[in-house]
Ligand binder design. Sequence first.
Ligand code: ZN
Length: 323
Amino acid sequence: MEPLLVKLPMPGPLGHVNSYLLSTTEGMVLVDLGYPSEEAWSTLHKTIEREKVVWVAITHHHLDHGGNWRRLKAMGLRPAIMDAELKEIEQFSSPTFGRELSSYFQENGADSSIMEYASSIPERYGSLYQGLEGDTLRDGVKVRIGETDIIPVWTPGHTGGHTCFLARGKLISGDHVLQGITPNVSSRLPDDDPLGNYLRSLEKVVSLSPDFVFPAHGSPYNKLMERAQEIEAHHLERLNEIIRVLKQPSTAFQVSSLISWYRPWDELSQFDRFMAFGETLAHLHRLEREGLVSSRTHNGIRFYFPEADLSHHGRPQWRIITR
Ligand SMILES: [Zn+2]
């Protein structure tokens, strides 16, 4: 039987987020809890009131997926969360994280508006997840509910502990593989490689060959391989674009203002710029690991530059991007 889609309203351009209910011989399994608004909660509550929900999990810690955990807790349900995601929630909630992120972003040339947003993260996460009690999931370690095996699949990239759930050949994919949009993949630490993790996680879900995908935004679909290839091509094009614009030593902030986003850089909101900047860093880290760009700090500011004169070689050949 297919998971039941519960469409929950949320603010912003996406307009909605999907929760899924999966029936088992024991009762219902709920994946993702919606944005913490009265409107979303009343829709979700109406649905789960009619069902016997016995197990709850979240794909990742973003507000539109885990936001209602306290309301579920009041009903006696605690969400199961991947160990790596619990670790990231702890990291983001730590009072020192805002300072660390600000100084990392400052070194990469971020402007005051991006720095301001970065420094507010611990407060946002601290207030959202304070007192969180969640059961810990581990990659590939199945959870048996009634006669149904649910396999949590660790798919880092969009967040450090993002998790898809495989049950009866269906993949509940959270934000990992969406149609029409690509999830934001952002760097949060000076030596991380979220894009490499993300691309490896794409290969991982494709290798599971689910017969249907149930994403957190948009409608369920069955062409996972094609969609994964499109998303990979999108990131490869962005990597190539960065190499094209990196004609002289530039900061990550300068690079992010030069590459193409869904609207011109000057028209992006504070939040969008914060996300775009993090995404640029993620791509620069990948290029650095591929040996195609290098970086060096000068007076406390990090500059990226092409490693070799790539113009002689034409477009880089991206064959083994995720090694
Ligand atoms: Zn998300």
